[in-house]
Ligand binder design. Structure first.
Ligand code: HAM
Length: 409
């Protein structure tokens, strides 16, 4: 039958997903594991609103996020409102709002949804969920170590540590190299940071042209490539600065803490967001089909202070559900989640509704998931119904069983 022109589409809005019960089940299973690991480090769950003032992001999140990816609108009271694209500015606002009361270090996590106007593709959608874990206050390098170990343990929770690499760099080191060694202006530095961040996605030819546009050629280009080819030891020797010292100390502390060899130094990690001021990192799948970062994070010194009170440095990361699901599927780490219903209590005839409900209530009080049919049906029908709904057990009875106070399971 031809559809009328006015029929509404059943498709979800571009880049968003419907979560049918099976999808929801998988999502909740992933979140349960993340929650368990985050809470095992004594992180406390929080959340904030989906709507925030536009200015919250305009201040520090960076040009790409704000001018290209932010969903925003003007509300009926003429206020410019944004749909949250990330959690960190909200977290900073909330912590700044109760700075004096909160016991420090603040160790918080959330699992929330975010929107970004991006071209939907593998690993990128317009609505996604992120686990955010952050520590604010405390010794900065120790907090960095904790956050990196937590990132690896989240993957261990899925049995997937061996398939990830945590790539670590430091914004101060990069700023030092760009301004002191390459003598770039702040504007050139910002452009180069973005360009390097996008390098793997744009291809070498476009990257080369981009360098030319920023004014990096000849000797400076050779210096740049030599830097990227360096190890932490050579870079720290040739470019002594606060950032390099922090990185060397960080890796020494990581080794002491028994952190896995999956955590490596990578001078190419830039991070697209502008508020990072120290350690930055990204977690990658070793499988080339998942080439996008699964987590991104780093240290931010100037977010809490922007609300007018005292400054408080923090470090944390966001891990996306889309890339996590791709990762788990690629490495076969999703177990059979089994049926959802434990028991179906049958309804052989209308007069049996009361005893059937009584049995169901008793079983529910034991913590079982129990379904009662909404229609009378014979044994065969009820067993079919149970199979369809994936129930593991069926409680069958008729007048005779009831008279004896028994049922058939
Ligand atoms: P981000 O790098 O923008 O950082 O996002 C972190 C992770 O969220 C990404 O690695 C990816 O897994 C996921 N993600 C981001 N955008 C999308 C998208 N369009 N579709 C699917 N997944 C996406 C932040 O958001 C920082 N606020 C993280 C942070 C927390 N830094 C410190 N604390």
């Amino acid at each position: 039958m031809a559809q009328s022109k006015t029929a509404l589409s059943t498709q979800a809005y571009k880049g968003t997903r419907d979560f049918y019960p099976e999808d929801m089940r998988l999502q909740q299973w992933m979140f349960a594991s993340l929650r368990k690991t985050a809470e095992s480090y004594a992180y406390r769950e929080y959340d904030g609103p989906t709507l925030e003032p536009y200015e919250l992001y305009a201040a520090k999140s960076g040009e790409e996020l704000v001018s290209q990816q932010l969903y925003h609108f003007v509300d009926r009271g003429e206020r410019k409102v944004a749909i949250r694209p990330e959690m960190t500015p909200t977290l900073a606002r909330m912590v700044a709002g109760k700075l004096q009361e909160l016991p420090r270090p603040v160790r918080w996590y959330c699992i929330s949804n975010f929107h970004r106007y991006e071209r939907p593709q593998r690993g990128r959608l317009r609505e996604f969920w992120q686990l955010n874990c952050d520590v604010l206050g405390g010794d900065a390098l120790q907090a960095d170590v904790e956050i990196l170990n937590l990132a690896l343990d989240l993957m261990a929770g899925f049995g997937g540590t061996e398939f990830v690499r945590v790539k670590v760099n430091n914004r101060k080191l990069m700023d030092h190299f760009f301004t002191q060694s390459l003598s770039l202006t702040p504007e050139q530095t910002l452009k180069l940071t973005k360009l390097i961040d996008a390098r793997s996605k744009m291809g070498e030819e476009k990257y080369g042209a981009g360098l030319g546009e920023i004014g990096i050629d000849g000797e400076r280009r050779i210096q740049l490539e030599a830097f990227f080819g360096g190890t932490l030891e050579t870079i720290a020797r040739e470019h002594p600065c606060e950032g390099a010292t922090e990185l060397v100390k960080l890796f020494a502390l990581l080794r002491e803490s028994g952190a896995g060899a999956q955590i490596i130094f990578d001078p190419l990690v830039m991070r697209g967001l502008d508020y990072y001021t120290g350690t930055v990192f990204e977690v990658y799948d070793v499988s080339p089909e998942n080439h996008r970062a699964m987590f991104g994070g780093g240290r931010y010194d100037n977010l809490v202070g922007m609300f007018g009170g005292q400054a408080l440095s923090g470090v944390g990361f966001g891990m996306g559900d889309v890339t996590l699901k791709n990762f788990l599927e690629t490495h076969g780490l999703i177990p059979e989640l089994g049926g959802f219903t434990d028991v179906l209590v049958s309804l052989p005839k209308a007069e049996c509704r009361v005893p059937a409900e009584k049995i169901a209530r008793e079983l529910r009080s034991l913590g079982l998931k129990v379904m009662t049919p909404l229609q009378v049906g014979g044994f065969g029908e009820q067993i079919k119904l149970a199979l369809k709904h994936g129930a593991r057990f069926v409680v069958l009875f008729g007048d005779e069983e009831l008279a004896r106070g028994e049922v058939l399971v």
